[in-house]
Design a protein around this ligand. Structure first.
Ligand code: ATP
Ligand code: MG
Ligand code: MG
Length: 353
């Protein structure tokens, strides 16, 4: 059989591993953590740092193709895998762009995908002028390594500059205009090795404290808005010459216009409802794409809602599950506040439209 390697040991890796197993692949995980969620769904795990070249090489040589579930792996890691002659999907271009919010926004704008106005910030002293140029209220975000709203601070007046700069750890940043969005949606899109592109219906996403809380389909938005978002996601994966699944997040304004927020070069939390509600789910699709297989149909069959189980919500009582709910737990032992422990997808009804 063939072996798929996954960089990263979290829940996304675990769900990718399950999908790969179902398709007949063996899975090898590479991650720094002992006893990671993905490891227990895999045949073998290399526990080593992403900078451990010897371990990376041994891992890469044991795999037919390598993918990732965590985009902040160093560029040197991607290079070590390429040097072994093993394909890495997604490749270094998508990784490099998505790892830096300034590069990411510049790239999106360069292919006519609008984002919030933003300014590059290298010091606290840059903030007051930048704040005025973005319209008086903004969100300061570290260029690198932020997730789940970490590494962000709102800036409402120039007096907030020093506090915000310290709050994000005094790191290179962007200041984005605060967007008074009507709602947020995301497009999960897949591109195959021969350039076939398919997306899923965009879910409406609700966040609590910067962390995704719920994703709902249908979004309730005008079909034109959804179509434009899906076209933009398709344009992005083509421009990146991408292979695999990618998620592009959007702010939707009251006039129906779209501003792209960020993209993730991987399967995405806002696509966790797809296995239960669609003909092909995001995890299976990603494995098909990176294996050079044809894509599966992304047709949505159900109206559905996915809710994240965060912190002690993950200590769910299984007797409270409803018949139309599917529970996915990530096998994490410690239910720390803010930690994603699992999710529940509810099939609300068969799709009607
Ligand atoms: P993740 O990668 O987990 O989605 P993140 O830490 O990369 O999160 P963002 O997606 O940039 O962070 O922001 C998290 C949430 O904060 C957004 O989904 C949105 O609800 C809110 N937010 C971010 N930027 C803005 C903005 N410019 N204006 C208004 N709200 C914003
Ligand atoms: Mg992000
Ligand atoms: Mg986000």
């Amino acid at each position: 059989g063939s072996t798929i390697g996954i960089l990263g040991g979290g829940q996304l890796g675990r769900m990718l591993a399950s999908a790969a197993n179902q398709l007949g692949f063996d899975v090898h995980i590479f991650c720094p953590e002992d006893d990671a969620p993905a490891s227990r769904a895999a045949r073998q795990t290399w526990i080593a740092d992403y900078s451990d070249d010897a371990a990376l090489r041994a891992f890469a040589k044991s795999c037919d193709v390598v993918t990732l579930e965590f985009e902040n792996i160093p560029a040197s890691t991607a290079k070590a895998i390429a040097d072994c002659g093993v394909a890495l999907h997604p490749g270094p271009k998508a990784l490099a762009i998505s790892q830096d919010r300034a590069e990411e926004k510049a790239f999106l704008n360069s292919i006519d995908i609008p984002t919030a106005p933003y300014e590059i910030i290298s010091a606290a002293a840059d903030i007051p002028g930048a704040l005025e140029r973005v319209g008086g209220t903004g969100v300061l975000k570290t260029r690198r390594d932020g997730y789940d709203g970490k590494g962000q601070s709102w800036v409402r007046s120039s007096g907030d500059a020093d506090i915000a700069w310290d709050a994000i750890g005094a790191a290179p940043a962007v200041l984005e205009a605060a967007i008074p969005f009507e709602c947020e949606i995301s497009v999960i899109v897949a591109r195959s090795s021969v350039g076939e592109t398919l997306s899923w219906a965009p879910p409406r996403n609700a966040h609590v404290d910067g962390i995704l809380s719920r994703s709902i389909v249908p979004s309730g938005l005008d079909k034109n808005v959804e179509t434009r978002a899906r076209e933009q996601a398709m344009k992005l994966v083509e421009a990146l010459d991408y292979v695999g699944v990618l998620a592009l997040e959007f702010f939707v304004l009251s006039d129906g216009s779209l501003l792209a927020n960020e993209f993730a070069p991987r399967v995405h939390n806002s696509g966790h409802w797809t296995p239960e509600a669609c003909q092909t789910g995001q995890f299976e699709q990603h494995i098909r794409a990176i294996s050079g297989w044809p894509l599966g149909n992304t047709r949505r069959l159900f109206d559905a809602e996915m809710r994240n189980l965060i912190g002690d919500q993950g200590l769910v009582d299984p007797t409270s599950l409803k018949p139309d709910e599917t529970l996915t737990l990530y096998g994490k032992r410690d239910a720390r506040p803010g930690r994603k422990m699992g999710h529940i997808t509810r099939r609300i009804a068969p799709r009607k439209d």
